[in-house]
Write a protein that binds this ligand. Structure first.
Ligand code: RAM
Length: 949
């Protein structure tokens, strides 16, 4: 590499030495606590974050000051009663740990921040933000678990779907209260209402955890929802993850198919009303609540709901309702040791609505409604008719060619809702709310007339994660593909990262999650979401140290344990949260768990520091899942397991460094080297090709598609070896050559599965085969991402051949999801390579913009690309377009960050920044010229860069 230095000293002076600062230069905004805006948290020392803007380029924060007070009025330097950080010389704008007075339950903390710029000028104070402390001690829960045992009810032939309990209690609130909070949770799912109005906008609360260990609660500010005098507290419960059906347990005939954690859904709620004199009245669930079954006859996450409106209890949410026919709620003991904690992630909510795009009448009189988009969610039904009219709703992702709804791929998920009308003259409205489906089409039957436009509204459900990414090109296929990726993420990030939203599965599969996690960060802010799921992963860790196949992990099937290539999620996901958001707390909190996992790998390798063929033959499937759903000969799972071993050791070494564990850092650095040496000695031939002994794999029985035979010389092997830095740098070109060769031998088509697809394009790009990466990316021929788009998909498929013209829906009865994000991991290459946004320091404090320009031109190629990524340090933009004589780039670099911008150019003379020659531009520094790129070092600001070549 030839590095040129251009008058660096002079430029440095011009660029970074000048004090052009004006007062109030830096403005702090988007204040967040524990990743959220004004949250309730039970983290005793919450972390504070903000973002900076400045009218000037090249700005950094040289210092900050935070004030925290018990009221907005006290938020001044002399009177901040909780914390005055004083001026801290630091560039940190995220994860700044609160270090003031010890906080107590229910405390509301107001805060603001100001920043000093590079010239030492303080900016204005930010707007005031706040957070509230949750209940820090379990003993503060006065509420008891209450419910109603339905066990003898709802036993059908296939499904046991008991009715959902209703709970109520009237209370008297004295006049003059000033604040009211509802703390509420359930074992199962709950909806809570105050005087007939739902509290909050959340769904599927309180979320899925290992309920034996912990359950989360929600906190709602209900000050404006209560009144002095009589108030009615009501709740509906459902079975959810706690007591309902889960995964494929029914399909695989597991001895337990539902009620994995408990049989009876239970509510725990307390309303705390505070008066001006400081005293509080608490109304808590106890034996004095009344309970009944009612209109909600069946309610299950996967199987759907049945609601008979004729059985409603009119006025049950109003005061004065005659509840003499209701029973006394049953009180259930708590499980000792079960933690009750604040829900740490963004809530699951309705994140959008969809309308019916077209409808067709079926021969049997039913209608098929097309929502135009495959998604996860529920519906709102509006109907008018006679009492007893029965509307049945079935959901599917695809239609058969004859227009019939295809539901085979749902397997045992009944995914059916039924509404029985009460005959209200003014019409009736219903929303199945303790269930969701993955669907694009609805089959509706039982209507008296054709559906009107308002009959069905689609309600998109998912974790409400702030959108941070945009990706747009002049290629319609690519834009649709990006939309498909985004929708697939939305459809599957529902409290936990699931594999798919439609069939009897919806589990937090670990490989799916880890191959996609980096992609996910580009689309949505997943910081708090993965903070939660990391806890789920650690809770689900096996005693021997292995992370599970899926987290949380109910016992769905006896043989479900762990698998190489899957279990590494326990390291990869927290590592990604560290890289993307600069989060070290997650590392610290999981350090023992992660270390335990590394010990497990070490032990399993039996002192050899790699995994020889068939090491994992005790697993089911034999060897683990490997490069799941790949085409052709199988990459030996043990070789991949060895790669992951080294990769995990590297991540652990880096994370150890980040939290100052220097002994561990050394240990893992050495481990990484040992593993590399051992695995290459075994799996690499002298010509650098990967090799394996196929004998131990026999006929491949037990291994998925094992009958196709095993081979170490595969696309997946080289893609991973490059991506994980398994071989020394000098061998990289050769790895790239093999990879490119294998692709050519395969008619230029990919053959990779879950583990091979994510690294495939990044590995090609990393070894100088960017053009080949583009060809794969833009292909619309089978198998490819473009093939799915060309076949009308609006989400990413589970299999490359989920549908083909020749075979139709070949795998329906087995495994055929049309909303599965694993192969959407190409998103990582789209942002990281095509747009070229790459973090160089955790939290994008320093990053690179190194766009790879599609070398070919034409209407089926990419000639213009614009990618935005709102990082934790602020908004980044990378846009490029081909011009008649070169490239035009637009780049944005957030305040307090720096970037290396790689401009496609052969010399500095070709490059003009904001109308000025790069070399003469006062705001940038020309770093080097190599490999067809001129490298500029830039500070914050927006830049227009023209390269004429
Ligand atoms: C499938 C899941 C998931 C995959 C596992 C091995 O059933 O959908 O995507 O990780 O199996």
């Amino acid at each position: 590499m030839k590095t040129l230095r251009y008058f660096v000293a002079a430029l440095l002076l011009l660029t970074f030495g000048l004090n052009r600062g004006s007062a109030q230069n830096l403005v702090a905004n988007y204040l967040r606590t524990e990743y959220k805006v004004s949250p309730v948290t039970d983290v005793v020392a919450p972390r504070l974050s903000w973002e900076l803007t400045s009218p000037e380029r090249n700005q950094i924060q040289s210092a900050y000051q935070i004030l925290v007070a018990s009221s907005p009025e006290k938020l001044t330097e002399p009177s901040a009663d909780l914390w005055n950080s004083e001026k801290v010389n630091s560039r940190a704008t995220a994860q700044v740990v609160y270090a003031g007075k010890t906080l107590t339950s229910r405390q509301i903390c107001y805060w603001k921040v100001r920043s000093w710029d590079k010239a030492g000028q303080p900016g204005a104070w930010s707007e005031v933000a706040h957070w509230e402390m949750g209940l820090l001690d379990k003993n503060e829960w006065r509420a008891q678990w209450i419910g109603l045992d339905p066990d003898t009810l709802g036993k059908g032939k296939i499904y046991q779907l008991p009715p959902a309990p209703y709970l109520r209690k009237e209370i008297k609130v004295k006049p003059g209260f000033r604040k009211a909070r509802l703390y509420v949770t359930a074992l199962g799912l709950y909806e809570f209402s105050l005087n007939g109005t739902k509290t909050g906008n959340d769904f599927l609360t309180p979320g899925w955890t290992d309920y034996d260990r912990r359950v989360y609660y929600q906190t709602y500010d209900v000050t404006s929802q209560i009144k002095s005098g009589t108030n009615v507290l009501t709740s509906q419960l459902s079975y959810g993850w706690y007591a309902g059906y889960l995964g494929y347990a029914l399909l695989v005939k597991n001895p337990v198919v539902r009620a994995f954690y408990g049989k009876v859904p239970l509510l725990k709620a307390q309303l705390e009303v505070e008066y001006p004199d400081g005293h509080t009245e608490t109304f808590a669930t106890d034996k004095n609540w009344k309970a009944s079954f009612g209109a909600l006859l069946e309610s299950d996450l996967m199987h759907g709901e049945t609601y008979d409106a004729r059985l409603e209890w009119p006025g049950w949410q109003k005061s004065g309702f005659d509840d003499r026919k209701w029973q006394k709620a049953e009180v259930y003991p708590d499980r000792p040791g079960r933690l009750v904690q604040t829900y740490p992630a963004p809530p699951v909510q309705i994140t959008g609505t969809l309308t019916v795009q077209s409808q067709t009448r079926r021969p049997d009189g039913s209608y098929i409604l097309d929502m135009g988009q495959n998604f996860a969610g529920t519906i709102r039904l509006r109907v008018q008719g006679k009492a007893g009219d029965t509307i049945r709703l079935r959901y599917g992702e695809k239609l058969f060619p004859d227009g019939q709804l295809m539901t085979e791929n749902l397997r045992m998920a009944r995914a059916t809702d039924t509404y029985i009308l009460k005959g209200d003259k003014n019409g009736e409205e219903w929303m199945p709310k303790f269930t969701y489906k993955g669907f694009q089409y609805i089959e509706i039957s039982g209507l008296r007339a054709a559906p009107a436009p308002e009959t069905i509204e689609g309600l998109v459900i998912g974790s409400e994660l702030p959108r941070v990414g945009t990706f747009e090109t002049d290629n319609a296929m690519v834009n649709q593909l990006y939309s498909n990726i985004e929708w697939t993420q939305r459809s599957n990030y529902i409290d936990i990262p699931t594999d798919c939203p439609q069939r009897d599965e919806r589990m937090g599969w670990t490989a799916d999650a880890h191959v996609y996690v980096k992609s996910a960060t580009f689309n949505r802010d997943v910081s708090a979401f993965f903070t939660k799921w990391t806890v789920d992963l650690n809770d689900a860790q096996y005693e021997n140290g292995a992370y599970p196949l899926y987290a949380p992990r109910p016992n769905l099937r006896k043989t479900d344990t762990y698998s190489p290539g899957w279990m590494e999620a326990g390291i990869i996901c927290p590592y990604q949260v560290y890289r993307s958001y600069g989060d070290t707390r997650l590392i610290r909190e999981g350090w023992v768990n992660m270390g335990h996992f590394m010990d497990f790998l070490e032990k399993r390798s039996n002192g050899t520091y790699f995994f020889t063929e068939a090491t994992f033959k005790d697993l089911s499937p034999k060897g683990g899942f490997g490069d799941w759903l790949s085409f052709g000969k199988k990459t030996p799972p043990d070789m991949l397991a060895s790669f992951y071993f080294a990769y995990c050791a590297d991540m652990m070494a880096e994370m150890a460094g980040a939290i100052g564990e220097s002994d561990d850092q050394k240990r893992f650095q050495e481990m990484g080297q040992k593993v590399r040496k051992a695995l290459l000695d075994h799996y690499q031939a002298s010509n650098g090709r990967f090799k394996t002994d196929t004998l131990p794999y026999g006929d491949g029985a037990g291994y998925v598609d094992g009958k196709l035979g095993f081979m170490a010389h595969t696309q997946t092997a080289y893609a991973n070896a490059i991506y994980m830095d398994i071989v020394p740098p000098k061998s990289m070109p050769q790895m790239g050559k093999y990879l490119a060769e294998l692709l050519r031998q395969n008619d230029g088509k990919l053959a990779t599965g879950f583990l091979g697809t994510k690294p495939l394009l990044p590995a090609l790009s990393a070894t100088g085969h960017s053009g080949l990466a583009y060809d794969l990316f833009l292909s619309t021929e089978f198998p490819s991402w473009g093939f799915e788009v060309a076949n009308g998909s609006t989400t990413i498929w589970e299999r490359w051949d989920s549908y083909t013209k020749e075979d139709g829906f070949r795998y329906n009865a087995a495994m055929n999801s049309f909303n599965h994000y694993s192969f959407g991991a190409v998103c990582e290459w789209m942002f990281g390579n095509a747009a070229g946004i790459q973090e160089l320091a955790p939290g994008y404090r320093h990053f690179r913009i190194r766009p790879e320009i599609d070398p070919k031109s034409g209407s089926d190629r990419i000639n213009r690309l614009r990618a935005g990524y709102h990082s934790v340090s602020g908004p980044i933009l990378s846009a490029w377009q081909k011009t008649s004589d070169g490239i035009l780039m637009n780049v944005s670099v957030p305040v307090n960050t720096t970037a290396e911008v790689f401009v496609p150019a052969d010399s500095a003379g070709q490059v003009v920044v904001d109308g000025q020659e790069a070399l003469a531009s006062p705001d940038i520094r020309v770093e080097s010229q190599a490999n067809g790129y001129l490298v500029l070092f830039v500070g914050s600001g927006n830049y227009e860069i023209v390269s004429k070549r």
